[in-house]
Each structure stands twice: as C-alpha cells, then as structure tokens.
Design a protein around this ligand. Structure first.
Ligand code: PLP
Ligand code: COI
Length: 354
C-alpha cells in the first residue's frame, strides 16, 4: 500500500509560479511546479513519486501511442477567500478513472495512490490555484500503457500521472453548436462511456468541419439513427423545455459527467422537474417551434456551464433565448461557482479540503 508517507518527494529548487499571473493564463498551457507519477510493473503499483514537472524519456514503441491504452480524467481545485484549497467531488473522478481502466484492459489505480498522490501534489502546488472568481486549478490524472513492444495485447507496465494547470474559462462566450448526423462519437458496445484518449482524437475532424461552418462545437447524435442527441463536444447536454430540465439518459455511448450529476442534483434539490431519457431531435425542434425551448447548455469540468445560443440543424439555425433570460442555467452556474469557492453552503457535501 502506498501511503502519503511513502511517496518520494523531489521538490523543485525554485518555484516557477512567479513567472505567471495564474489568474490570467490560457486554458491548459502553463503547468504547475510538480507532477505525481506512480508505476505499475510486475503486477503491482510502486515507486510513487512527486517530482518537478517536465519532460521524461519514454520509448516511441510504447503501447499507449500505438494501441490507444490511454485514459484520463479532468477535475478542478478551488481556493476560497481564506486561501484554503478544496477539490470538487474527487472520488467521483477516481471511480470513473477505474471504470475507464477496466474497459480499456488496464490495471485499476488504488484509491490511496490516486487520493494521496493528488492531495500531496496539491499541498505542494497550492500557490498555483487561482484566486479569481472563475479561476481554478485544472487537474489531469491519466493512465498510460508503457510497454516497449509492438503487438496488440494489453501492456504489462503502466504509468499513472497527475499534472495540473491554472485555468480560467474554457469558452469565453456562449457557443453555437451544430447537430452532427454524418459522423458519430460513440457506438453501442464501444467506449463512449469512458474517458479513453481515442474518443477525443476521433472527434477532432468533425469538429473542425463544424468550426469551418461557424460553429464552436457539434452535437453528437446516436450512431444507429442520428435521431437522438447524446452530448456536445466534451460536455453533457441539457435543455430546459417548458419548466422541465431534460437531458439524455446515461448509456454506454454517453460519458457520465460529474457536472451533469451535480446539475441534476441541484435541480431536484430545488424541486424542478427533471427527465433523464432519450431526447429526440424532433422533440427539440418542435419545442423550439412552439417557443418552449427556453435554455440549452453543455456542462463539464473544463467548460463548467456553457450556454448554447444557437443550434444548427438541417440547414437552419435555431436562435435560442438570450442568456439573461435563462433562469435555471444561470442559477445553477452561479450556485456551483459559490459552492466551489466556499461562498455558499455545501449542502450536498461535494467539497474536499486538501
Ligand atoms: N462528456 C465528455 C465527452 C467529456 O469529455 C466530459 C468532460 O470530462 C464530459 C462529458 C463532462 O464530464 P465532467 O462533468 O465529469 O467533466
Ligand atoms: C473536462 O471537461 O475535464 C475535459 O476532459 C474536457 C477537455 C479539456 C478534454
């Protein structure tokens, strides 16, 4: 078992944090002083280390690069006005990483490695957590197959790594999305419900085509009929139709977002009607035509709540109500922000102090 006591810590000689304004850096481009690394070999986890962030020697033959045994998580830490740092629902990310590991035939990461590595890393790099209203430290835990071997089979060696970067908004403005009916993100029996690196690689080309047409993201539809909406980009998708919060039910083609779960929990806590079920494009289009489509938004760790102001579908653009009129999503966005920043009561027990 790896406890906090036996993580080897090799501290950076001089912190780089003063080289940056952590409240004002582009998303995902500036990395904090340290990283956590644990190795899996000979059937066991070993050599848990925190060391200065930086490049490492890895073989070009390593199996993650060739056969896609690569999974990741995305989570955030927040700083309150007293300078205390807390994580948002970290055990959910831990559980989801291991769900991904099982599906991708990789060893599960023990909770003490994931959590102790994460907490120690954050304690060392707490000065990198932004203090701004919408700032956070984005945390990227990932697991990669490291066998130096050509041949399609599960790797025998792996590395579990955590790196972090200060982050502001992922989308600076409300977005326009287009319904994708040629390409799909996930297929029944596939890996859409896990955070496998390949899911993101395959999404880039259709997203590029959508961006060339003036949209920021696509709405993915089901691969069998393209009649049902699934997700948007790297976000779960939500609509407010009339007075009901409507979102696609989880399935093996949809990632079980932790933000999605939190939005649903808050909506239910406030007594709002919530429906998790298959959502057809037809009913979204009909609600729009009737004037009942009040709100549409994506939700995810990086994106938080991303307001969708336009939906391209069958050559037409649905122009949605302005953000100022969106009571539910603006309230949920603000409530999540206040809970995370320690400014509202954490009634649902989501925050964990480091
Ligand atoms: N769907 C996909 C495909 C994602 O990549 C993400 C981001 O992690 C989400 C949904 C939202 O999940 P979460 O709220 O856990 O970040
Ligand atoms: C997240 O929301 O954490 C994601 O994983 C999205 C993206 C940065 C890949």
């Amino acid at each position: 078992m790896i406890s906090t006591a036996n993580i080897r810590i090799d501290k950076i000689a001089k912190s780089r944090v003063t080289d940056y304004d952590v409240n004002n850096v582009p998303f995902g481009k500036c990395f904090s002083d340290h990283m956590f690394v644990a190795e899996y070999a000979d059937g066991k986890w070993q050599n848990a280390t925190i060391c200065p962030y930086g490049d490492v020697p890895l073989s070009y033959a390593m199996s993650a690069l060739h056969y896609g045994q690569a999974i990741f998580e995305g989570m955030k830490a927040y700083k309150n006005d007293k300078g205390e740092v807390s994580l948002f629902r970290p055990l959910e990310n831990f559980k989801r990483l291991n769900k991904s590991a099982v599906r991708m035939c990789m060893p599960e990461v023990p909770e003490e490695i994931f959590m102790n590595g994460l907490l120690e890393l954050l304690r060392l790099d707490s000065s990198w957590v932004p203090t701004s209203e919408s700032g956070s430290l984005y945390i990227r835990p990932f697991l990669i197959a490291t066998d130096e071997a050509i041949g399609v089979k599960p790797s025998e060696t792996y590395k579990f790594i955590i790196i972090t970067c200060p982050a502001g908004k992922y989308y600076s403005e409300p977005i326009k999305v287009v319904v994708e009916t040629d390409y799909f993100r996930a297929v029944h029996g596939g890996v859409g419900f896990v955070k496998a690196a390949g899911n993101y690689g395959r999404s880039l080309y259709p997203t590029k085509l959508a961006q060339q047409k003036g949209y920021q993201q696509v709405i993915w539809t089901d691969s069998a009929t393209h009649h049902f909406v699934e997700e948007s980009g790297t976000m779960n998708l939500m609509f407010v139709i009339g007075d009901t919060l409507l979102t696609p039910a989880l399935s093996d083609t949809i990632l079980a977002g932790i933000t999605r779960d939190s939005v649903i929990a808050l909506a239910k806590h406030w007594g709002m009607k919530v429906e998790e079920r298959k959502v057809s494009l037809k009913e979204v289009a009909e609600a729009y035509e009737r004037g009942d489509l009040k709100e549409a938004f994506g939700c995810g760790t990086a994106a938080t709540i991303a307001q969708i102001v336009g939906i391209g579908f069958e050559g037409k653009d649905f122009v949605l109500p302005p953000v100022e009129e969106r009571k539910f999503s603006t309230k949920v966005d603000e409530t999540l922000r206040l809970i995370r920043k320690g400014k509202a009561e954490d009634t649902l027990n989501w925050m964990m102090k480091i």
